[in-house]
Ligand binder design. Structure first.
Ligand SMILES: [Mg+2]
Length: 259
């Protein structure tokens, strides 16, 4: 679909990818591999993440002609190329900091907004990264810096064995230093902990697309597995979340008031 062909009235599905539409075999213990569909390849080109039969059926539903499927992912362009599913419309990558047009080019207006937002955050991001680097190295965690539009926007800590105690410790240290008033926030999953802008992310990107390019959708769906997906799912009419995901696990642990 090209921007010109969008006339409103359609269904738009904004979908996180990893652990929502597919996951690695490590997250599928006891599953018969013959029932799975390969969805991504690793850096060597071998199948890496897979869709379960339910995820494949969901994807089939979302691939119908009248649904515009838009990935909303933390993956960067390089990691996105390892996803075998092809997307025909807009794409949100880099946790929302990059939006690709249906032609596959970075949306220039969004890139300008993002760069203006990122410049004043550089000092805080640099300080937050520097403050944890030595401790992270001692624990064996690997630190990587990610950039969008030529500007650093995120620091990721990954532990080679995904040791939950090490990752929780790193998360606690970063969260203690970045309270609600900080322009940066911490997001975490089972594999890594990341420091990134608090007010610019997947939710802002989805809001931008709905406001500027996809006005008048009859129905918007938000699909995501993580607590950090909640913001963009909240921009949509309905939210869809996998049973085994972080978000659903968190919801189950809460006592929800019935009023
Ligand atoms: Mg996910």
């Amino acid at each position: 679909m090209t921007p010109a062909s969008w006339q409103g009235g359609g269904i738009v599905a904004f979908a996180d990818l990893d652990d929502t539409l597919f996951q690695t075999l490590r997250k599928l213990p006891g599953t018969d591999p013959a029932t799975l569909t390969p969805m991504t390849v690793n850096t060597l080109g071998a199948p890496h993440s897979h869709a379960t039969p339910a995820q494949s059926a969901l994807l089939e539903l979302l691939s119908a002609g009248h649904v515009t499927l838009i990935p909303v992912t933390g993956r960067d362009a390089q990691a996105m190329r390892r996803v075998t599913l092809s997307f025909r419309s807009w794409q949100v990558m880099d946790h929302g900091l990059t939006i690709l047009t249906p032609d596959g080019r970075p949306d220039p207006a969004w890139a300008t907004q993002v760069a203006a937002h990122l410049r004043p955050l550089q000092a805080a991001l640099h300080a937050g990264t520097a403050a944890i680097a030595a401790h992270a190295a001692q624990t064996g965690a690997r630190l990587t810096r990610h950039a969008a539009h030529g500007l650093p926007f995120m620091t990721v800590l990954k532990h080679p064995d995904a040791d939950p105690l090490v990752l929780a410790d790193l998360q606690d240290r970063w969260e203690a230093a970045h309270g609600p008033d900080s322009p940066l926030r911490v997001i975490a999953n089972a594999n890594n902990v990341s420091l990134l802008p608090r007010h610019l992310g997947k939710a802002a990107a989805v809001r931008y697309l709905l406001g500027e390019h996809l006005r008048g959708a009859a129905l918007t769906l938000g699909l995501g597995d993580s607590v950090s997906d909640l913001g963009f799912m909240n921009e949509c009419d309905f939210a869809v979340t996998p049973r085994r995901g972080q978000l659903m696990r968190t919801l189950r642990s809460l006592t929800l008031p019935q009023r």
